[in-house]
Design a protein around this ligand. Structure first.
Ligand code: ADP
Length: 863
């Protein structure tokens, strides 16, 4: 549209420019009546055409006789003229013929065109008055032509105006487009610059992080050396000054250690490299480890830690115990650090009602102290990295790390505090429940659930109440006597089965009172100290106490205590014990220790090939000595590099024992290389290290080590590792199978003698083991079914690995094999339910044989 308009304008312009110059016209007459005009027109035509000169001029110059009609009158004119002489010549003739004729000034071409269009045949008489026309005529005619001219000029002006406007707009648009393009290019350039700056920045950051990571882990080793060595030197004879200086070196080293560790952790979390584990753990063990870690970091002070664990909290949970422990350690450590004396309480409870068959639980951990508290304006800042309201030994990263870890666990960490009065940190996390089908969290022999009369004497109310609850869980009746009451008189203790008394309250009058009670009726005395206090090893404690426990206590430790005091009693009372889970684990472990594994037991693994990477010559000798007559082939490498070399020389090893800290190449790096090489990645690597700190063990596992064995090496621990990772030598199996053939019919799947031998040849003990095995694994099929339904194959493998080992231990070889098929199955290809069916039938057979065996033994025993 716009273009068409422009074309029209250009056309107009062209016409106006190309037209010859117009000299005006001759108005022959103006007539009011049309008829007069027509007559005069004809007359004019006739007369002028008769004039040869005019006729020639007309031919040559192209003027015409025209009659036009306007609104009120008609005009006869001769036009157009482009030559003044011609017009004058014609005018001279016309004037003679029509005396009223006159010369007209220039009319606009537009009007002319219009008049031409309106040409009509003319007629009518000339009016006299029409020549009012003579007076008006020229005026009117002039008006018309000047109007035409004005319009023409206006059009031209309009055209030019529009043209200029258009051109102006066009130029402006062009300028704007150019400016935009320029800007665009600039932005692109800037963007490119920013991108490369960004990439550069990221590269630098990565490099920095990598460098920092490397640096910190490099620092880790010498610091460990400093701390370890100074710890060692501090135990030898030194002058006081030397000793003090060394102590400073040690504590500074430890502090640096902590900072570096925190920094490493923080960077790992921030760079998204920290993956949480999902393993089964016992909450009580976790809490014990937390306290141990706190004690390691805090100098002894007059503060007690109390755990208040709600009844509904399952003992076995699924989550990342190391990281959860890290958060709790930080919270308890801070609480202890920022108070001088009193109690730090940690409440552990669930935040909702228990539901039947629930698989997850939201746990709330609330750590309360009555320390210095936090100012209101600081509350939001304490979770920021490196924030410290006062200079302490910490890195200022503890809460920042805790917050990040809580986030990774989809949990929440918050705080309420009153400055000068104390603080409460609350952590909420969702954890899996491991023993969903277990009704009782802590299994005691049924008969051990006895209404025993127990007295608790403590000067801290919370600690006493918490202990009372734990004891009541096992159906005991508990009385509490506050410590202050002991100032006046010693309470009567004779009627009680057990007395728990705070270490500080175990004074001479108490001891005297106890001496007065007859030995048979004297209660069992449990002296309760605090892990954070200096232990009071008085003679009285040594002589009178049946047991010394350390606060904070937990359900598991109370359970262990009751088993220790009354376990045996209950076993003999009703002949059978139904002990499960924790208890069995403990019992099995204890039995293993009782069995006193000697180095002769290593021959069970004869033929196995072990590579030990160990730089310390004494340790090398110890290993060689231990395995000398076992038939195990032991090769020794002096460092990680040598170990790799030996592996490459195509020697097939069944197990690698790897010292963590070695010169040239340490155990971590060597393990990483082994695990990243598909040729060797399946060989189990067990770390050998002096540290048993969860963080260190975690680091070992993170570097790909499959397990950890503490130094100095203990035979029983080494045996456990071998049991886990080495096949029993063929010889032993063959012997066992031969023995099985000689068993009475129907018992081939079980070799009693083998089991008995492993239980140290003690039939009573072995009977207990069998009972425990029975109660622990008789329901394993339903446990497997539940795991498979939820596709928890890792748990299936874990449980089947346990069963495989334990079954082989008691001589149930076929069951061990059946468990092994579950443990090694590829559930993406194999049908789990078929394998489980096979397992079930072997288990049923095995249990039948075990029952027969037990009845037989009982009968024999009675005889
Ligand atoms: P640090 O390692 O220095 O203790 P954290 O991140 O653990 O660092 O704590 C940061 C700061 O939060 C502490 O310096 C202290 O000011 C404050 N804070 C943490 N816990 C407590 C508490 N229980 N009572 C008082 N102040 C606390």
């Amino acid at each position: 549209m716009r273009n068409i308009f422009m074309l029209l304008l250009l056309l107009c312009l062209y016409t106006s420019v190309t037209a010859k110059e117009y000299m005006g016209n001759i108005i022959v007459g103006t007539y009011a009546k049309y008829a007069a005009a027509e007559n005069n027109y004809k007359d004019l035509q006739k007369r002028l055409d008769a004039d040869k000169r005019i006729h020639r001029l007309k031919e040559k110059h192209g003027f015409r006789y025209i009659s036009r009609v306007s609104d009120h009158y008609s005009i006869i004119a001769i036009e157009p003229f482009y030559d003044d002489h011609v017009r004058s010549a014609v005018f001279a003739v016309v004037k003679k013929l029509f005396p009223k004729a006159y010369l007209n000034t220039l009319p606009s071409k537009t009007l002319l065109a219009k008049y031409e269009d309106e040409r009509i045949p003319v007629g009518g008489a000339e009016t006299g008055t029409g020549m009012t026309a003579s007076a008006d005529g020229p005026q009117t005619s002039e008006k018309l032509s000047s109007g035409n001219t004005a319009l023409q000029w206006a059009a031209v002006a309009l055209f030019f105006g529009l043209l200029f406007f258009h051109l102006f707009q066009h130029r402006r648009q062009k300028a704007r487009i150019a400016a935009l393009e320029h800007e665009n290019t600039q932005l692109k350039e800037q963007n490119g610059d920013l991108q490369s700056i960004n990439a550069e920045h990221e590269r630098t950051m990565n490099l920095r992080e990598e460098m920092l990571g490397k640096m910190t882990s490099k620092l880790h080793k010498p610091m460990k050396e400093i701390v370890g060595k100074s710890r060692h030197v501090l135990t030898s004879e030194l002058s006081e000054q030397q000793s003090n200086e060394l102590k400073t070196i040690k504590s500074s080293g430890e502090m640096m250690f902590e900072i570096v560790d925190d920094l490493l952790d923080f960077m790992k979390i921030r760079s998204g490299k920290l993956a949480l584990k999902n393993s089964i753990f016992n909450i009580n063990h976790l809490l014990d480890n937390v306290v141990k870690a706190v004690i390691d970091r805090i100098h002894r002070k007059d503060v007690e830690v109390v755990f208040e664990i709600e009844k509904g909290v399952p003992a076995k949970l699924i989550g990342d115990p190391v990281r959860l422990g890290q958060i709790l350690t930080n919270l308890i450590e801070n609480a202890v650090k920022f108070m001088d004396q009193g109690e730090v309480r940690m409440f552990v409870g669930r935040n909702d009602e228990a539901k039947e068959g629930e698989e997850e639980i939201v746990l709330v951990f609330a750590v309360t102290d009555n320390g210095i508290g936090i100012k209101e304006e600081e509350i939001d800042q304490i979770f920021a990295p490196f924030y410290q309201s006062r200079e302490t030994d910490g890195s200022g990263l503890g809460l920042a790390i805790s917050k990040e870890l809580t986030g990774l666990m989809n949990g929440q960490l918050g705080v309420r505090s009153s400055y000068g009065e104390g603080s409460e940190f609350t952590l909420t996390v969702t954890l899996g429940i491991a023993g969903v089908n277990e009704k009782r969290q802590y299994r005691l022999p049924d008969s051990a659930y006895k209404k025993r009369e127990i007295l608790v004497i403590d000067y801290h109310d919370h600690a006493a109440t918490a202990l009372k609850k734990m004891l009541e869980y096992f159906h005991n009746n508990v009385d509490i006597i506050p410590g202050v009451e002991l100032k006046n008189s010693v309470p009567e203790m004779s009627g009680y089965d057990m007395v728990f008394i705070s270490e500080k309250l175990f004074t001479f009058p108490v001891v005297k009172h106890l001496h007065h009670i007859e030995a048979e009726t004297r209660p069992k005395i449990v002296v309760v100290g605090s892990m954070l206090h200096k232990p009071l090893r008085t003679n009285a404690v040594k002589q009178m106490a049946d047991k010394r426990l350390m606060k904070p206590l937990n359900q598991q430790r109370i359970l262990e205590l009751i088993i220790e005091f009354y376990g045996q009693e209950s076993a003999t009372e009703d002949g059978t014990i139904s002990v499960m889970d924790e208890m069995t684990e403990l019992a099995l472990k204890a039995q293993r220790q009782k069995r006193e594994i000697t180095k002769e037991n290593f021959s069970e693994f004869s033929g196995a090939k072990i590579l030990a990477a160990e730089d310390n010559e004494i340790n090398q000798k110890v290993l060689q000595g231990l395995l000398k007559e076992s038939g195990i082939k032991l090769s020794i490498a002096g460092d990680g590099k040598e170990a790799l070399q030996m592996l490459k020389e195509n020697r097939e090893y069944d197990l690698i024992l790897m010292d963590a800290n070695m010169p040239v190449m340490d155990g971590y790096e060597a393990t990483e290389r082994i695990k990243s090489n598909p040729k060797f990645s399946k060989i189990p690597v067990v770390a050998l290290s002096g540290s048993t700190m969860p963080e260190d063990i975690d680091m070992m596992l993170e570097h790909g080590m499959d397990d950890h064995m503490a130094k100095p090496i203990q035979i029983s621990a080494m045996y456990e590792i071998f049991e886990k990772y080495l096949e029993r030598s063929r010889k032993t199996e063959e012997v066992a199978q031969e023995a099985a053939v000689h068993q009475r019919s129907g018992k081939e799947l079980y070799v009693y003698e083998d089991g008995l031998k492993r239980a140290g040849g003690d039939p009573a003990l072995f009977a207990e083991v069998l009972l425990e095995f029975r109660s622990l694994y008789s329901h394993s099929v339903s446990a497997f079914e539940a795991m498979m339904a939820k596709q928890q194959y890792a748990l299936v493998k874990q449980l089947s690995l346990d069963i495989k080992g334990v079954a082989a231990n008691i001589g149930a070889y076929r069951l061990s094999k059946a468990a092994e098929t579950l443990q090694t199955a590829d559930f993406s290809k194999e049908d789990g339910s078929t394998l489980l069916e096979r397992y079930r039938s072997v288990l049923v057979d095995t249990l039948k044989v075990l029952d027969e065996q037990l009845t037989e033994r009982k009968a024999v025993a009675k005889v």
